[in-house]
Design a protein around this ligand. Structure first.
Ligand SMILES: Nc1ncnc2c1ncn2[C@@H]1O[C@H](COP(=O)(O)OP(=O)(O)OP(=O)(O)O)[C@@H](O)[C@H]1O
Length: 307
């Protein structure tokens, strides 16, 4: 198991950043860490990278218990708070310098790595002029210099354009398929859904959910769905007549003539679709207003209102 954490706590003065965290990340898994600002994601990723030590609890990285020393265990790569790069060197020189620092001749692989992250055209430009998204891609390239068994990335999609995202997703998916365990944090639920097999939802330093994304979807019993059909009036009538379906009027989503928003468990929704088709009403669009992950995120991390 590349990551096995039990009862991890970490405080900064009065602030309890991590409050009894359990986390398992298996080889070949892309594991998403999500949670509101300040939930403890970066702190946890920092522990995995050996940038800080926990106050208490047990942490095993790649099968080795982590001690009190600040050191990145062998086989671990990644970054938090943006990658550390030399601004006056080019992208290629940055990678060559890092490879040299690690005492190995990696230059043969540098062109291929730059290509994987989509930086070939910028290989000989100085990093000083790089945008956030370009830096993120170069940071990932640096992490690929040694093929890591555990890759830890804080907000790797930050600042990426669609092409950059495609490259990064491609690289991470390929690494995971080859057995690397990937742990990444993100505020983008769509990215996590596209990329991760498993997710941990953190809320004020505690684990609110940890497990496969598919489990989260089945545990979410009822969601709001947008239904666009060829006959909204009939759809509204049939929805009202179908057991388990509730018509939502104040959902805050775009209102238009063909759109109906209903709240329903999946079997009731199936029944409604069958009735619509029997009545000769075409279903043009049927999708959750927010995804199961986003719904779970909001439900599990909602802060009680303070008056
Ligand atoms: N070096 C530090 N000194 C003092 N407090 C810290 C330090 N690092 C983190 N904290 C506090 O610990 C808590 C968790 O912070 P952390 O950065 O891990 O959250 P996060 O989930 O990564 O947030 P974000 O989504 O905003 O990046 C916050 O309350 C933060 O203020």
């Amino acid at each position: 198991m590349p990551v096995r954490a039990r009862g991890i706590t970490k405080s900064f003065g009065e602030v309890v950043a991590l409050d009894g965290i359990d986390l398992d990340v298996a080889a070949g898994q892309v594991h998403g860490l999500v949670g509101p600002n300040g939930a403890g994601k970066t702190t946890l990723l920092g522990l995995l990278l050996g940038l800080a030590v926990a106050d208490s609890g047990r942490l095993e990285i790649l099968g080795t218990p982590v001690g009190r020393a600040l050191a990145a265990p062998d086989g671990v790569a990644g970054f938090v708070d943006g990658p550390g790069l030399y601004p006056s060197l080019t992208a290629r020189q940055n990678l060559a310098a890092l490879a040299a620092l690690r005492g190995r001749e990696h230059t043969a692989g540098i062109d291929e790595i730059l290509d994987q992250v989509g930086l070939t055209d910028l290989a000989d430009d100085r990093v000083r002029g790089f945008s956030l998204g370009m830096r993120q891609r170069l940071g990932l390239a640096a992490a690929l210099l040694t093929k890591p068994d555990l890759l830890v990335l804080d907000e790797p999609s930050n600042g990426l354009d669609p092409a950059g995202k495609k490259h990064v997703h491609g690289v991470l998916t390929k690494l995971a398929a080859e057995g690397t365990a990937v742990v990444l944090s993100s505020h983008r639920m769509d990215d996590v859904e596209a990329l991760c097999s498993d997710v941990t939802i953190l809320s004020t330093g505690r684990v609110a959910f940890s497990g496969p994304l598919t489990k989260l979807a089945t545990e979410t019993h009822e969601l709001d769905y947008r239904l666009v059909s060829s006959d909204a009036a009939t759809a509204r009538r049939l929805a009202g007549e179908t057991a388990g379906i509730r018509i939502v009027d104040d959902s805050g989503v775009r209102r238009d003539a063909e759109l109906l928003v209903v709240s329903a468990p999946v079997p009731a929704l199936d029944e409604l679709v069958k009735r619509l088709v029997l009545a000769g009403v075409a279903v043009r669009e049927l999708a959750p207003v927010i995804s199961p992950l986003e719904a779970a995120f909001l439900a599990l991390t909602e802060q009680p209102e303070t008056n």
